[in-house]
Design a protein around this ligand. Structure first.
Ligand code: SF4
Length: 453
């Protein structure tokens, strides 16, 4: 039996980080490695990553003639996946289709259509394997659907076999994250112990948090060829003991990697000693949700941080020469003064990299119902829920002006002679030109928004 595992390309109008990063489809690699041996002997599973794949989708379908195609994707991929499933059904009479991924897990109903046979809303690895078994047993769709075990609200399977990175060997050299190039992904925990109101990640595990055994994590790290490692945990910097064990194991086993991780500002501010130890074993960059410089926003977001914590975190990372990738949420009541104040604050602290995200109430999050009525776009315009489009009406300026303020802020924060000199010295000219080209594409998308409104 032939199975294709597909990550689609985002739609052209989606504004996204895909211009400055392409990460490996780890979730598909987990599907491949976790197929039980008794099923594996009957199955050939091939991953197609359409972010980097050059061949045409229909040509691939005709060439591979799969029995089953499983897709992964975010909210921005919903319509693309539906279209691809429709095309698959039109091209191959008997092909079955399924979809998993984070959006399917939280808002699975969005994928309901005539062309998708299976939607994996929980523990996709198990559901996927049950589907394979059903197809091998020549059951019909309804029988297979009924055979997929119903999972209790709080029941998660966190015990997975390490991902099969070989399954994307032909694409691996293309995977990078900004200056981390080439870059591999690893997941060391599931869920997040915090409860920020806007957050989609915490909905995936319904507030549950599970950290993997550190020996197992370090074993996996030692098997990865790439030196640059992106730890894709929702919050890697959690638990002093865990992090101490992580650093000692890396030292003990002489594992030489560079790490990019997600972490909270309060942890960094309160645990400088741990950050120093992590730096010694390769911590190179941290993505921190700074979110806002206005206390009322931080309270609204239930972020449990404040301005002082954010400033302390930024200074600690700067003093240790650990790159900060700061993410900020732009509320809809922002005035030109608010944009100015934000830029002044970030420039004052010498923050180089920012991701300015207009407030986006993602379906499935706590804040979604509060803003549902204020949406400027249809709920079916999934590709616009990219955290970069303005999908709620700004209170104090036009949409165009709001886009203009975002673009201007980016330029005033990032494009500064001292930053350019520092970045060229640190990462070299070639990598900087690559980044510049990528960010110009994003700028162009914003300029079109300003021009077209
Ligand atoms: S925003 Fe970050 S810290 Fe807050 S709940 Fe989500 S993952 Fe956790």
């Amino acid at each position: 039996m032939k199975v294709l595992l597909i990550r689609p390309k985002p739609e052209k109008s989606t504004i996204g980080l895909q211009h400055v990063m392409i990460c490996e489809p780890l979730e598909l690699e987990y599907l491949v490695s976790n197929i039980p041996l008794n099923i594996k002997k009957n199955v050939k599973a091939v991953i197609y990553d359409f972010i980097v794949e050059k061949n045409d989708y229909i040509d691939i379908l005709k060439f591979e003639e799969p029995d089953f195609i499983a897709f992964t994707g975010y909210i921005t991929h919903v319509n693309t996946i539906k279209k691809m499933c429709k095309l698959a059904k039109e091209t191959l009479k008997d092909v079955l289709t399924g979809v998993g991924g984070v959006h399917a897990e939280v808002v699975g109903g969005d994928f309901k259509c005539d062309y998708i046979d299976f939607i994996y809303t929980k523990n996709a690895v198990d559901g996927f394997n049950e589907t394979l078994q059903g197809i091998i047993d020549k059951k019909d769709i309804q029988e297979i659907q009924e055979g997929i075990r119903v999972i209790e609200e709080n029941e998660f399977n966190f015990n997975l076999i390490q991902p099969d990175r070989e399954s994307v060997s032909r694409y691996r050299h293309k995977y990078y994250y900004m200056f981390h190039n080439p870059c591999a992904l690893i997941k060391t925990s599931y869920g997040c112990p915090y409860n920020c109101s806007f957050c989609f990640c915490k909905e995936i595990t319904k507030g549950k948090y599970h950290s993997r055994n550190m020996v197992d994590v370090v074993d996996e790290l030692s098997s990865i060829d790439e030196k640059e490692i992106y730890i894709v945990d929702d919050d890697f910097l959690f638990g002093r003991e865990k992090l101490l064990e992580f650093t000692s194991l890396l030292k003990e086993r002489k594992i030489d990697k560079n790490f990019l991780v997600y972490g909270r500002a309060d942890f960094i501010a309160e645990n400088e000693d741990i950050i120093i130890k992590l730096k010694e074993v390769g911590l190179r960059a941290v993505i921190v949700g700074i979110e806002s410089i206005r206390e009322k926003d931080l309270l609204n977001y239930n972020k449990k941080t404040d301005l002082q914590i954010n400033e302390k975190c930024i200074m600690i990372l700067k003093n240790l020469d650990i790159e900060l990738y700061a993410t900020l949420i732009l509320p809809m009541d922002f005035t030109k003064d608010d944009f100015r104040n934000l830029v002044k604050w970030l420039r004052g602290l010498d923050v180089t990299f920012v991701n300015l995200q207009p407030l986006t109430p993602l379906p499935g999050t706590e804040i979604f119902s509060d803003y549902k009525e204020d949406l400027l776009v249809s709920l079916e315009d999934y590709h616009l829920f990219d955290m970069a489009h303005v999908i709620l009406r700004p209170y104090n300026m036009s949409n165009r002006e709001y886009y203009y303020q975002i673009l201007k802020s980016y330029y005033r924060i990032i494009i500064r002679p001292k930053h350019v000199i520092r970045l060229v010295r640190k990462y070299g000219l070639r990598e900087n030109i690559k980044m510049l080209k990528g960010s110009q594409r994003v700028s162009l998308q914003y300029i079109m928004k300003i021009l077209r409104g």
